[in-house]
Every structure is written in C-alpha cells, then in structure tokens.
Write a protein that binds this ligand. Structure first.
Ligand code: AP5
Length: 224
C-alpha cells in the first residue's frame, strides 16, 4: 500500500482527535496531533510549553516556526510506516506550504470534517479528559459512569482551559479566518474530501474510513 499523509481538517470540536486516534490504530498511521504535543510541553513546563501556554489559553495560534519544527521532526522519524494522520496541522497557508516541502514525495490529502456551530459548542463545553490516562469524555454525548471520574483509571476528570465559551468563540473565529482557506488550497490540488461530522462517533468513523479507502484506491490506480 502506498505511503501517504492525510490531514483531518475541521473546526475545534469537529472530532479530529477522537477519530484520528482510532483511524491511526485501524489503518496503521502515525498520528501527529500538534495540540496534544503542545499541551504535553505546557504540562512539562519546557521552554516551548512556556512560549505556547498563554497563546493556547487565549485561543490563538502558536507561531508557525515552532509548530513546523515539531511536525518536521515527526515526519522525519516516521519513515517506513504506512503514513501519517495529521490532526491540527496545517492550520494556515504558511503551514500548508511548509508541509508540501516537508512531505517530499509523499502524497498529501485533506479530509474536511464538517460540523454545525451549535453542535461544536456543545461538544467543546461538554468535553472532559482524564489527566492520567488521556481518555476523553463528553458530559452530553459520552459521559463517564460516575460524574467527574474516569471509568478507566478512577482519576478526577478535567476541563481544558480553552474550552470556556469566550475562548471557544475566539478559536472558531481564528479557524474561519486562517484555517478554512485551506479548503481551497487542497481542492485546487484535487486532494480534498468532505465528510458530514454531525453524526455520532461511529457513523463519522465509517465515513472517514470509506474516504481513506477511496484515496488508497486512487493512489493504486495511479501507480499501475
Ligand atoms: P487542538 O488541540 O488542535 O484544538 P482544536 O483544533 O481546537 O481541536 P479540539 O482538540 O478542540 O477538537 P477536536 O476536533 O480534536 O475534537 P475532539 O475529538 O476532541 O489545538 C489547541 C491549541 O493548540 C490551538 O488553539 C492553538 O493554540 C495550538 N495549536 C495546535 N496546533 C497548532 C498549529 N498547527 N498551529 C498553531 N497553533 C496550534 O472532540 C471534542 C468533543 O466532542 C469530545 O468531548 C468528544 O468526545 C466529542 N465528540 C467527538 N466526536 C463526536 C461525535 N461525532 N458526536 C458527539 N460527540 C463527539
């Protein structure tokens, strides 16, 4: 099977992280989540984390050079695998151009997970995570068995600081202004697919899997 890079494009709360974790396992992709990597740096208190913390809490974008360095390193160290699933990168045209160069001969495709704004708000304000094992819950759609407690490890659940309503509004504004133009960027390269992300987790997973199979088939046809 041809090696490739797939970008999961979509607004905050579209379900990129939820789907990327499972797709990564099922399709043997290396999952690169810039948000997860940056949050880990913040938690460890590294120089990068210190630079990123306030920016992330305000819902703005971390400087392109910092994020590009992270992604470039992961792409270089993932050789020989089936490919990469990018979640949260690229987020603007500068990052998309960077990826074109860093990916080299690797074909790059974008799948856009589209979700209504009202649904995004509910998903983000309802999101909780376990700081110990990383499991993600949602108080509206996938609550834990005991309120505020992780089913898997019993730790107290937490809410991300950028999941406050005023920060969510800013993140959505930044998305519309900076990230949405990537739709045109990938559509003009014939490397763009859409899925309806308003459905439940399982239905969205099925749709994404079907798009990935379609991409695989088109690459195989092209290589014959
Ligand atoms: P990042 O972590 O990438 O945040 P985001 O793009 O805003 O996306 P989220 O993680 O909020 O949402 P998601 O789409 O992954 O949804 P999830 O699956 O969790 O980035 C955070 C910050 O880091 C940025 O604001 C920026 O500061 C910085 N950053 C990161 N990358 C950067 C870059 N490249 N350049 C510059 N700065 C960068 O789901 C959300 C909730 O909904 C969960 O509770 C989940 O259980 C639930 N859910 C998911 N799918 C469904 C469904 N189908 N039905 C019902 N509930 C669902």
């Amino acid at each position: 099977m041809t090696s490739l890079a797939i970008i999961l494009l979509g607004p905050p709360g579209a379900g990129k992280g939820t789907q990327a974790k499972r797709l990564g396992r099922e399709f043997d992709f290396v999952h690169i989540s810039t948000g997860d990597i940056l949050r880990a740096e913040v938690q460890k208190g590294t120089a990068l984390g210190k630079q990123a913390k306030e920016i992330m809490e305000a819902g703005e974008l971390v400087p392109d050079s910092l994020v590009a360095e992270i992604v470039g390193g992961r792409l270089r160290s993932g050789n020989g695998k089936r490919g990469f699933l990018l979640d949260g990168f690229p987020r603007n045209l500068v990052q998309a151009e960077y990826l074109e160069g860093a990916a080299g001969d690797l074909p790059v495709f974008a799948i856009h997970i589209q979700v209504e704004e009202e649904q995004l708000f509910k998903r983000l304000t309802g999101r909780r995570h376990c700081p110990n094992c990383g499991r993600i819950y949602n108080v509206y759609f996938s609550p834990p068995e005991r309120e505020g407690i992780c089913n898997a490890c019993g730790s107290a659940l937490m809410q991300r600081k950028d999941d406050q309503p005023e920060v969510i509004r800013e993140r959505l504004r930044v998305y519309r202004e900076q990230t949405e133009p990537l739709v045109g960027f990938y559509a003009s390269r014939d490397a763009y697919f859409e899925v309806d992300g308003n459905e439940g987790v399982e239905a969205v997973f099925e749709e994404l899997s079907a798009r990935i199979a379609q991409i695989d088939q088109s690459l195989e046809r092209a290589s014959r």
